[in-house]
Design a binder for this molecule. Structure first.
Ligand SMILES: Nc1ncnc2c1ncn2[C@@H]1O[C@H](COP(=O)(O)OP(=O)(O)OP(=O)(O)O)[C@@H](O)[C@H]1O
Ligand SMILES: [Mg+2]
Length: 504
């Protein structure tokens, strides 16, 4: 056997505007968990897409177990037992879990009658074995982002992958789910599987990986034994400077009530109650953090406030003015900004440029229109400014949004929403997929809004984010707010228990 199971040698890949990979060397040993880290846009996803045959390298070679192979498409990757779970899900929403899992696999005799059932039972077994808790017959469009991620992982396991590439698998998971995933990864490793794991969370690198490779600006800047390094060394390698991972928060004068929910209840599409008698208020200069395990009503809470979901009972007030039942556009016009949790569904238009996405939602109003024409000089000036302020890379406003790295797409949304001078900011998972430097930046922006007296509702699956930003923490469980805590000396363990529904 070769010393390395995977050898990527001198891999380069240039896109029209950037050299995404520049003579990259990545060596992965059989049976190891290899972390791949680097800033947003460093080239991690591109490198893995090359290994999985989605992109072709302009130069360089790939060896699997000492054999040179040309991976010209994902089928060849799968034949070589390489599987990839993408940063952005590749599932078909109207189809069921089982249909999605077998999608693209070789059809066999009586495909729909026999194999679908067999596949469903196989999925059930996998699901139970790893604690995925997935019903093979539910439709993807009806499940949360977290569950979709698990379906993607099952899909790869189902295809018998020996090498698993996971592109930011934990970005969408709750702390408990991350722990479960890590148990799975460890057991996969014990069975000899090899895992490449992309993450922005350096504590995860320390917790799960055997070795770690750091990328910056398309190049590899180092590979280390995890036991021989630490988070600050990795962060410094990544960013080229030291990163402050703690945000300090000043005391803040609390003003009038901006948002108030009174006994709000709502159903989901199956007429099942998802919000139950929610009472909540957010005041000027206050950050209310919503903590909870994903799927306990947080998504629906944001939807009812932003007008995306109608409520069955209760009232919603903005500065004591009843806004219950207003349309999404009307609500936006009231200066409510929204950083959506599922950016690909609600946040942007992938085939529009960065500039167009930055003015989205305000594009029909001055200064972006003049008479009945788009005011291009103003749109361009505005876009250039935001690209600079938010360090959106590459700094080219004509780029289509879909060509940006995941983290840079998120920065576009955050920039657009904060720039609207809101009175109320609804921030759902605002730093999902961002690198440490960018998280630090976005946290500072959110705190800046707070000190301007903006009311902020923060929904996050990251306990650390909730704890470092919120003034008060409301814990959601099964559609209710079961407790509200002043964020002074909140005990993380107690908060974790509350999130699982354990309370007085
Ligand atoms: N299809 C594409 N067309 C043009 N440019 C692209 C394309 N895919 C990636 N890029 C560019 O290549 C660079 C590397 O992107 P990549 O997605 O590999 O970064 P990443 O390290 O995965 O970042 P993130 O942590 O934000 O996911 C970025 O500058 C990105 O804009
Ligand atoms: Mg990526």
């Amino acid at each position: 056997m070769a010393q390395y199971l995977i050898e990527m040698k001198d891999i380069s890949k240039t896109f029209p505007l950037v050299k995404a990979n520049d003579k990259v060397n990545l060596m992965v040993k059989k049976g190891e968990i290899h972390a791949l880290v680097g800033e947003n846009g460093a080239g991690k996803s591109t490198l893995m897409s090359i290994l999985y045959g989605l992109y072709q390298a302009d130069e360089g070679e790939i060896y699997i177990d000492g054999q040179k192979i040309v991976i010209s498409n994902p089928n060849i990757a799968i034949e070589n037992k390489i599987g990839m779970v993408h940063q952005h899900f590749m599932l078909v929403p109207p189809l069921t879990v089982v249909e999605n899992v077998i999608l693209g696999m070789e059809p066999r005799k009586n495909y729909f009658f026999i194999d679908l059932k067999k596949a469903a039972s196989d999925i059930k077994i996998l699901s139970e074995k790893y604690g995925f808790k997935i019903d093979p017959w539910t439709k993807i469009e009806d499940v949360s982002v977290g569950i979709q991620q698990r379906v993607e992982i099952i899909k790869v396991l189902y295809r018998g992958a020996e090498i698993l590439i996971l592109d930011e698998p934990t970005a969408v998971l709750t702390p408990q789910e991350v722990e479960e995933l890590f148990k799975i990864l460890k057991s996969l490793k014990r069975q000899g599987k090899t895992i490449i794991f992309i993450t922005h969370k350096l504590n995860e690198v320390m917790a799960i990986s055997d070795r770690v490779t750091v990328m910056r600006d398309g190049k590899v800047v180092g590979t280390k034994e995890t036991s021989q390094t630490n988070t600050s060394e990795i962060a410094t390698l990544m960013v080229g400077r030291e990163v402050l991972l703690i945000t300090s928060k000043e005391d803040q004068k609390i003003g009038k009530t901006v948002l108030r929910l009174e006994q709000v209840s709502a159903f989901n599409q199956h007429k099942y109650p998802v919000l139950k008698d929610i009472n909540l208020s957010v005041k000027e200069g206050q950050i209310i953090g919503i903590a909870g395990v994903e799927g306990n009503g947080q998504t629906e809470l944001v939807e009812v406030i932003t007008g995306l979901r109608s409520i069955s009972n209760g009232k919603i007030f903005l500065y004591e003015k009843d806004i219950t039942g207003l349309s999404t556009r009307k609500i936006r016009e009231l200066h409510i900004a929204h950083i959506p949790e599922d950016r690909r569904k609600r946040g942007f238009i992938a085939d529009y440029s960065v500039a167009e996405n930055l003015v989205l939602g305000s594009h029909y109003k001055p200064p972006f229109v003049k008479g009945s024409f788009i005011n291009f000089p103003e749109v361009n000036r505005y876009a250039d400014q935001l690209i600079k302020d938010y360090d959106i890379r590459p700094a080219v406003k004509e780029n289509l949004l879909k060509s940006l790295s995941g983290g840079n797409q998120q920065k576009v949304i955050v920039a657009r929403e904060l720039q609207r001078e809101p009175i109320l900011l609804i921030a759902a998972q605002p730093t999902r997929g961002l690198d440490v430097g960018s998280i630090e930046f976005v946290h500072k922006q959110i705190l800046k809004e707070r000190s301007k007296g903006i009311a902020i509702l923060l929904v996050s699956a990251e306990l650390d984010e909730i704890l470092s930003l919120s003034d008060e923490i409301a814990v959601m469980y099964e559609g209710r707010i079961i407790e509200t805590l002043i964020n002074k000396d909140v005990d993380k363990g107690k908060l974790g228990l509350l999130m699982t529904g354990v309370y007085k």
